[in-house]
Design a protein around this ligand. Structure first.
Ligand code: SF4
Length: 284
C-alpha cells in the first residue's frame, strides 16, 4: 500500500483561486523543491525567519504549535528539513480514514479535495492513484493540485488522471491544476521557476490556471510579462493575481491594491480568505 508524508490534513474553506469559498479537505504533503524566502522582503533580500525557528525546532512537538511567519514561505514547515519529524508517513488507508472522519457527513458530498504542499507533484505522484481509487473516496468530484508548476507529470500519473476523469452515472469528475508560478519576489531563479512547457502539458490533463503572488505594480507587470511567455507556448487558461501576505498585517496592506491591479489589467483576482477569516492559522 502506498504511503505519503503528510504535513497537514484538515477541513476548511478554500480561500484561493477557482474554488474560493468551497468547503474543502486539504491534504498537505511534505517536501518542496523551492524555499521562496524572498516573499515579503525588500527586493534582493531573503527571509531568515524559517531558519530562525528551525534553530529551536525541538521546542515544538506538534505542527500546529509552530509560529506563523510574516516573510518567506508561509508553509515553511511543510518542506523545511528541521520539521520533517512533525509530518508522519501515512498509508492510503490511514489518510482516507482521517478524511472520512473530518468530512461533515463522513462521506463525500459537495466537498472538494485540495492536494497542496510543499510541492505535491514531487515524488508523491506515484502514491495518488492508490489513495484516490480507495473505495471510500467514491463520490469525490473535484480535486485541485496546488503546484508551483515545475514538476512534469509521470506517464503513470497521466494515465490515472484520464481514468479518474471518466464520466460517472451522474457527474464527471474534474481535476484542476492551480499553478502558483514563482516571480522574482519569491527569491527563486526564474529559469527554474517559470516552466511553460510543463504547465502547458497540465492543460491536457485538467483545468489549469496561473496564480501569481504579487505586492507591487512592478510585480504585477512581471506577472503579465510572464503570463505572455506561457501564452506564447500555448497556455490558454485564466490568470489570477493574489496578494502577498500570510499574516493579516501584510495581507491588508496589499489586498485592495492587488485587486485594483487585477482590474486594471483585465486579470482575475484571487483573495486569500484564510487570512481574514482564520488568521491563516495552521489547519485553516
Ligand atoms: S513553492 Fe510554495 S510551498 Fe514551496 S517554498 Fe514556495 S511558497 Fe513554499
Amino acid at each position: 500500500m502506498s504511503k505519503i508524508k503528510i504535513a497537514e490534513l484538515f477541513y476548511s474553506i478554500q480561500g484561493e483561486g477557482r474554488y474560493m469559498g468551497v468547503p474543502s479537505v486539504f491534504l498537505r504533503t511534505f517536501g518542496c523543491n523551492f524555499k521562496c524566502a524572498g516573499f515579503g522582503m525588500p527586493k534582493g533580500q531573503l527571509s531568515t525567519e524559517a531558519d530562525g525557528i528551525a534553530q529551536i525546532a525541538d521546542k515544538f512537538k506538534l505542527y500546529e504549535e509552530l509560529p506563523l511567519v510574516s516573510t518567506g514561505c508561509d508553509s515553511y514547515a511543510s518542506w523545511h528539513p528541521s520539521f520533517k519529524d512533525l509530518s508522519p508517513m501515512l498509508t492510503s488507508d490511514a489518510i482516507v480514514d482521517r478524511i472520512i472522519e473530518i468530512l461533515p457527513f463522513h462521506k463525500w458530498e459537495d466537498e472538494h479535495l485540495v492536494i497542496t504542499g510543499g510541492e505535491p507533484l514531487l515524488g508523491w505522484q506515484r502514491a495518488y492513484p492508490d489513495l484516490l481509487r480507495h473505495p471510500k473516496m467514491r463520490g469525490l468530484k473535484e480535486i485541485t493540485f496546488e503546484t508551483n508548476g515545475t514538476q512534469p507529470l509521470s506517464e503513470e500519473f497521466k494515465d490515472f488522471l484520464i481514468e479518474w476523469q471518466m464520466p460517472q452515472l451522474d457527474f464527471t469528475p474534474e481535476v484542476t491544476f492551480s499553478v502558483s508560478a514563482k516571480l522574482s519576489c519569491s527569491g527563486e531563479a526564474r529559469h527554474e521557476a517559470i516552466r511553460p512547457d510543463i504547465v502547458c502539458e497540465y492543460e491536457t490533463y485538467g483545468y489549469t490556471y496561473l496564480k501569481f503572488v504579487v505586492a507591487t505594480e512592478e510585480d504585477a507587470e512581471e506577472a503579465i510579462e510572464t503570463a505572455d511567455i506561457y501564452r506564447a507556448e500555448g497556455f490558454t487558461g485564466p490568470v489570477y493575481l493574489m496578494p502577498v501576505g500570510g499574516v493579516e498585517s501584510v495581507y491588508t496592506l496589499n489586498n485592495r491594491r492587488v485587486a485594483e491591479l487585477a482590474m486594471k489589467n483585465g486579470l482575475r483576482y484571487s483573495d486569500r480568505l484564510q487570512v481574514p477569516l482564520f488568521k491563516n492559522e495552521w489547519g485553516t
